[in-house]
Design a protein around this ligand. Structure first.
Ligand SMILES: [Zn+2]
Ligand SMILES: [Zn+2]
Length: 1020
């Protein structure tokens, strides 16, 4: 309160607010509230619940409430220590982090979730009352002066008081503000509403009196480790969470401020000054924190944009910068983004969201984009900016449906999900907001499924909107390609019994793991080839995050030379999504630059019946001295034929003398106590995390079987009895290793999961890891799988089924070269599949990019892949014109044209052939970047813009707002444009048709080479 008095002097100089009414809870919103209350029982129930929540806080006295605001002199920490409790260690982290007990009736005390004991040993409240000066009050064994108790044995600090300060502000103060505010808006009793408003305003005033003085980097545990980590009460990401509740609360209590004499007395401010105090100290500080880009309040993409829209609406600021109009402009088209996450929404949709609608992070974090941008879009509609009509925003809203594979899973790539790959799904709230403006049947289906979850007191009732939207179609198998995100999903079976093989070849860089060419498999309602997913913490001090979970060896790919992958560029090399034998193929030599000359995976998914689909998987690696092929199984028992040897009794995969979790291959980390240093720089193998090793030698063929075991308590229901996955391992000179790896220490997860490895060593090693994955129910259906001879650059597999049928599957690195496969088969295709009846007649056949597939008297002819040059692109209608007629047969709808296969990973998909030279594309959008043209430097053919386009690559075509090509992006200083025959670059190249000059980068343009694929198929 002393602080407030001298602040009042400062505030006399402030202008009077322009706000004259509630501007978030507008008259329209309040009228909709009244209508809903009159008509709907659910609305009255929601209102009553909101009043009850507010009334609970309202039972506290003003002094008790005010004490929920902890001043900046008390440090904050979201974690006591990485390794848990000083007494119980990591046992305190079992079942999740941040589970220490706190209670605002017992300030500054926390209770260990493992042992129930209380820390610190001193009464910190008394020490605080002494001005944090009387150190005689720091009594007992675990005394904490706010900056943590130091363990005399290890020197490690444990932050008890700071943990309380952080979590009590988050768990008590933040909801108290939000719930009292909503109570003030909806309470039917005017006296009760006024009391809620008074108490809420009291909290806002207390918080405002401190707010500019919260400086996270100087007042936190994180700040001691990383002094440039900004924020205020909390770190800069979580800080965003304060903005919306405070902005809406300010709007909620605003009509009461001038009559609140109790608060005016307590604060020493009259109504006007109190209003100005809240605006200046709290809201304007927040607005400047965001718009200045200084990193005090910056969330994941869309979080601070959504918060700023709420701030703009609540403040209705017309005088002082940033005005509310400035804030909206910043959200849509920030002219000076300091970092990518500050980019305006319209530019971010073009540059940070891939053209397939998926943002550039792990699926879980990408869902955050949808949630956050929905919160930006919804209020913007009210000010006349309708993002829901933007095509890429529509794709952003719907990718979670497309990324749901086998009916119910989302690949747990990067920091996302867990080994069971539960769906990354849109909430009914997001869908309800969106479907009012964008009537997609899949959005409507989510709302219909849980109508109660999408209720909004201030919006029109959703039933009226849903009545006009048709039902979503039941999903059958649908293979799909995400050409920007770098994900190929092969699906087969029928609705209710789908198999999906997922090949990840993306190079997105946020919350990623070192997992390029990861292969996941889903069948029989289970994730069978798994990914650990989200680590226990995304904290660099957690040894397992970088030691194992983001490391290459934890993924279904190949580790070269006991090192993790880099994140290199990748190429898509085949995409064939139709028929009984589908194909996806990609390479990622950039994952091991300078170490490998070939790093490529081809996956052929063969469907024999809805219940019987197998994957023939070929992984080629050339270069290096050691190759470790790995797969992570699901919760299961792993056995092998031939039988595995005895369990290695000592050590780990890193060696019999390397103990579990020792960072043996990093001298800087090796001898440090776990959890005391950052592991962000670790570039070792992670092999120290694998134990229980049993070995066998692969001599031709082996069969490893993962038999599913019963779900543990807390796991989602899923079938398991009689289900399994067999991996037929083909090859020579490989050591098979079955072992156990660790997953997150959560109660519902198994403590260990089986891993299957194949190891090869040698000089300048050449490996082809060939596997047939056979998901089965009750009994296996493959009798045996064997490699056939096919030549150096090719792999051929013969698969005998228990019913007498036979499959021959071929993959070649050199399409066009004639191969003799086994006894009687010939082909020159990139991929080929033959399905033979017991009498040798051909049931089905598939030939990709070849001229011949023959077996005995059977012959299937194709034209082979051909290259073609693009003469022109119509970017508006999304059509390609080829320089020469397309040879027949023409590519079928769904076929992928690989663009400049020698360089980029991009592909476009055929919708239809219009005529022999014109191809209509199925791609919704051909742009992968773009922005405003700030100026043109004619001398260097340079275009100057204000933002980054991380997905644009040299050689791509630059177009203007009319879709007219202006040259290609050249190497060197961005954005230098190679103009070819077009003459010097001038401002006229980018006309300002809609008032702003803009450019875009297109993934295909005139002069590009494309591959016209060829598919020949036969069905008896
Ligand atoms: Zn404990
Ligand atoms: Zn992963």
């Amino acid at each position: 309160m002393m602080a407030a008095c001298h602040l009042m002097l400062l505030l006399n100089a402030l202008p009077i607010t322009a706000k004259t009414e509630r501007t978030w809870y507008t008259a329209d919103k309040l009228a909709r509230l009244q209508t809903n209350l009159e008509r709907h029982g659910w609305a009255r129930a929601l209102r009553d619940a909101a009043v009850r929540r507010a009334a609970k806080w309202s039972e506290l006295s003003d002094d008790e409430l005010a004490a929920l605001v902890i001043g900046p002199e008390v440090p904050r920490a979201y974690d006591i220590h990485n390794l848990g409790c000083p007494v119980h260690g990591a046992a305190a982290n079992q079942g999740g982090l941040y589970r220490w007990g706190i209670d605002h009736q017992h300030p500054f005390q926390i209770r260990c979730p493992a042992g129930g004991e209380v820390y610190p040993s001193n009464d910190f409240g008394r020490y605080l009352a002494s001005g944090m000066k009387d150190r005689a009050l720091l009594t007992g064994e675990f005394a904490d002066d706010g900056r943590g108790w130091r363990d005399p044995r290890t020197g490690e600090k444990y932050w008890f008081v700071a943990y309380y300060a952080h979590w009590s502000m988050m768990r008590f103060l933040q909801p108290a503000i939000a719930e009292l505010a909503l109570g003030a808006v909806v309470a039917p009793d005017p006296d009760q509403a006024a009391r809620f408003a008074h108490q809420c305003a009291l909290l806002l005033w207390r918080l405002a009196s401190y707010y500019p003085d919260y400086l996270y980097e100087k007042q936190s545990r994180e700040g001691e480790r990383n002094p440039s980590y900004g924020g205020r009460i909390t770190n800069y990401i979580w800080e965003v969470g304060w903005v919306g509740p405070c902005a809406l609360a300010y709007d909620a209590v605003w009509p009461y401020l001038r009559a609140d004499t109790a608060l005016q007395q307590r604060s020493g401010l009259d109504g006007e000054a109190l209003d100005a105090f809240l605006r200046e100290r709290l809201l304007r500080t927040m607005a400047v924190d965001i718009t200045s880009g200084q990193g005090r309040c910056r969330g994941n993409y869309g979080m601070h944009q959504a918060a700023l829209v709420q701030l703009a609406a609540a403040m209705a600021e017309t005088e002082r910068a940033p005005t509310s109009a400035d804030m909206i402009q910043w959200v849509l088209a920030n002219p000076h983004p300091v970092v990518d996450s500050d980019m305006g929404v319209l530019d971010a949709l073009e540059n940070l969201v891939y053209r397939d609608g998926v943002p550039q992070e792990s699926p879980g974090y990408n869902l955050g984009w949808v949630v956050n941008l929905s919160q930006v879009a919804e209020p913007l509609v009210e000010v006349g900016r309708d993002l829901y009509q933007h095509p890429r925003f529509q794709r952003l809203l719907t990718w979670p449906f497309d990324l749901t594979v086998a009916g119910r899973f989302t690949p747990a790539l990067g920091d996302s999900g867990d080994m069971f790959a539960g769906p990354v799904a849109l909430s009914p709230t997001v869908c309800a907001a969106a479907v009012r403006h964008f009537p997609d049947p899949r959005l409507a289906a989510v709302v219909r499924a849980t109508p109660g979850a999408a209720r909004d007191l201030f919006a029109p009732a959703i039933e009226d909107t849903l009545a006009d939207i048709p039902a979503a179609s039941t999903a059958g198998p649908r293979s799909r390609l995400f050409p920007g995100y770098g994900l190929a999903v092969l699906e087969s079976g029928v609705a209710g019994s789908l198999t999906a093989g997922v090949l990840h070849y993306g190079s997105w860089g946020h919350h990623m793991h070192r997992d390029q060419l990861n292969l996941l498999l889903f069948a029989h309602d289970n994730a069978l080839l798994c990914d650990v997913g989200y680590p226990e913490q995304t904290d660099a001090y957690n040894p397992r995050r970088y030691g194992i979970w983001s490391n290459t060896i934890a993924h279904n790919t190949v580790t070269v030379d006991e090192r993790p992958q880099e994140r290199g560029p990748t190429r898509l090399l085949a995409w064939q999504p139709t028929g009984f034998a589908q194909v996806a193929e990609a390479s990622a030599e950039g994952a091991y630059p300078g170490r490998v000359s070939l790093y490529r995976r081809a996956v052929m998914q063969i469907e024999l019946s809805p219940e019987r689909t197998c994957l023939v998987d070929v992984f080629h690696v050339r270069g290096g001295k050691r190759h470790d092929w790995s797969i992570m199984g699901t919760q299961s028992e792993l056995t092998c034929v031939p039988e595995l040897g005895p369990v290695q009794s000592r050590g780990t995969l890193a060696g019999a003398d390397v103990p579990f979790e020792q960072f043996y291959d990093d001298p800087a980390l090796r001898d440090k106590p776990l959890g005391t240093v950052s592991y962000g720089g670790y570039r070792g193998s992670g092999f120290q995390y694998f134990t229980g090793l049993r070995r066998a030698t692969l001599a031709g063929a082996a069969v490893a079987t993962f038999k599913l075991t019963e779900p543990l308590k807390g796991q989602p229901a899923r079938p398991w009895q009689g289900l399994g996955l067999r991996a037929h391992l083909l090859g020579w000179e490989q050591e098979i290793i079955a072992c156990e790896g660790v997953v997150q220490g959560y109660r519902q997860l198994p403590p260990k999961v089986p891993y299957l490895l194949r190891e090869r060593r040698g000089e300048d090693l050449v490996s082809s890891f060939v596997t047939v994955f056979e998901p089965y129910r009750e009994t296996p259906w493959i009798r045996r799988a064997a490699a056939l001879t096919a030549g150096d650059d090719a792999v051929a597999v013969e698969i005998e089924l228990v019913d007498g049928d036979k499959l021959i599957v071929v993959h070649s690195l050199s399409p066009g070269r004639a191969l003799r496969v086994g006894e009687a088969c010939r082909t020159d295709g990139q991929a080929a599949g033959l399905w033979l009846a017991p009498d040798g007649t051909v049931r089905r056949a598939m030939l990709l990019n070849g001229t011949e597939l023959s077996a005995g008297a059977f012959r299937l002819a194709g034209r082979g892949a051909v290259g073609a040059k693009v003469a022109a692109v119509d970017y508006q209608r999304r059509r390609l014109t080829l320089a020469a007629p397309c040879p027949r047969p023409w590519p079928a709808p769904g076929a992928a044209l690989l663009i400049d296969p020698g360089g980029r990973s991009e592909a476009v998909t055929v919708a239809a052939m219009i005529d022999e030279r014109t191809i209509a594309l199925a791609d919704a959008d051909l742009r992968c970047g773009g922005g405003p043209v700030i100026s043109i430097e004619t001398a260097g053919n340079r275009l100057v813009t204000n933002l980054a386009s991380p997905h644009a690559r040299s050689g791509m075509t630059v177009i203007n707002a009319r879709g007219e090509p202006q040259g290609r992006l050249a190497d060197g200083q961005r954005w230098t444009i190679a103009r070819g025959e077009l003459g010097p670059l001038t401002p006229d190249c980018f006309p300002a048709d809609d008032g702003a000059r803009r450019f875009a980068i297109a993934v295909v343009g005139p002069g590009d080479e494309v591959q016209l694929p060829d598919l020949a198929s036969y069905q008896k």
